[in-house]
Design a protein around this ligand. Structure first.
Ligand code: PGA
Length: 264
């Protein structure tokens, strides 16, 4: 895994945006996998800036989001579809019909079909070229909570207590946080051709170390990224604080920069 330890959140966001820009420039019809939460907001802000100021063209890009609360309509202000429109899609020239977010408003009877169709659609578009990930306080990627299968596919999941409490900051109270979600599986995520994994802040330090340096386990689903050949973890100083091999990662990143190669 390539681990980049950078000064602060802004630098992390810019580094991630540079990787997105490189891909969109090289492959204008690429498929991006996108995440919600506070972590990628700076990346999305930078993508909007690159579109406005540098003319970065998203008109042929397709996107798939990781997850959506089950039971919220796409118009609900806390839905992830709404979040994506507000934080990214409305600010770039992407075609809305090429942006996919699992549909949290499907009826119970239609959930399995809807999840299967989401997976099929990803395949039909040629798979995800670059997946953006954050990490939850409980080590989740997407809503793959502790105990998820590392071979899981897009499905209906229950949210962990910790996730409900972490996400209650966006709702009036934790009672209002949906208790279920539709989420890409760990197996789905691992099929992306390349992954950027972002984390910032001291609150994430211990779980980041568990994910990157601990055992691969369904109890910390982000640890499954150790099984993927092209992951770049982009961390700010605070989020990297509990890593055992921080000085080696810095050395390797510098060495890679010197020879102009990504050393995974
Ligand atoms: P955050 O959430 O970016 O708001 O910390 C991350 C996640 O739950 O995946």
């Amino acid at each position: 895994m390539r681990v980049l330890i950078l000064k602060d959140y802004e630098t992390v966001s810019k580094e991630a945006a540079a990787i997105v820009k490189e891909l969109v420039t090289e492959k204008p019809d690429c498929v991006l996998g996108l995440a919600t939460g506070s972590t990628p907001v700076g990346l999305y802000r930078e993508m909007i800036r690159m579109h406005e100021e540098e003319g970065l063209d998203f008109s042929r890009v397709t996107t798939f989001n990781l997850d959506e609360y089950y039971g919220l309509s796409p118009e609900h202000p806390q839905s992830y579809r709404y979040f994506m429109n507000e934080n990214l899609f409305n600010g770039i020239n992407i075609k809305k019909e090429n942006t996919f977010v699992p549909d949290g408003s499907v009826k119970k009877e239609a959930v399995e079909d809807s999840c299967r169709m989401y997976e099929e659609r990803i395949k039909k578009e040629g798979g995800v070229d670059l997946q953006v990930l954050g990490i939850g306080g409980d080590g989740h990627i997407a809503f793959n909570e502790p105990g998820s299968s590392l071979a899981s596919r897009t499905r209906l999941v229950a949210l962990d207590e910790q996730t409900i409490s972490d996400n209650s900051r966006f709702f009036d109270s934790s009672d209002d946080v949906p208790k279920f979600a539709l989420s890409m599986g760990v197996g789905t995520i691992l099929e992306a051709k390349e992954i950027i994994f972002l984390a910032n802040g001291a609150k994430k330090a211990d779980i980041v170390a568990a994910a990157l340096e601990g055992p691969v386990t369904g109890m910390v689903t982000a640890s499954a990224l150790q099984m993927h050949p092209r992951v770049t973890a982009i961390l700010d100083e605070d989020a990297s604080d509990s890593l055992l091999k921080g000085s080696f990662y810095r050395f390797a990143a510098d060495a890679g920069r010197k020879i102009n190669k990504k050393l995974f």
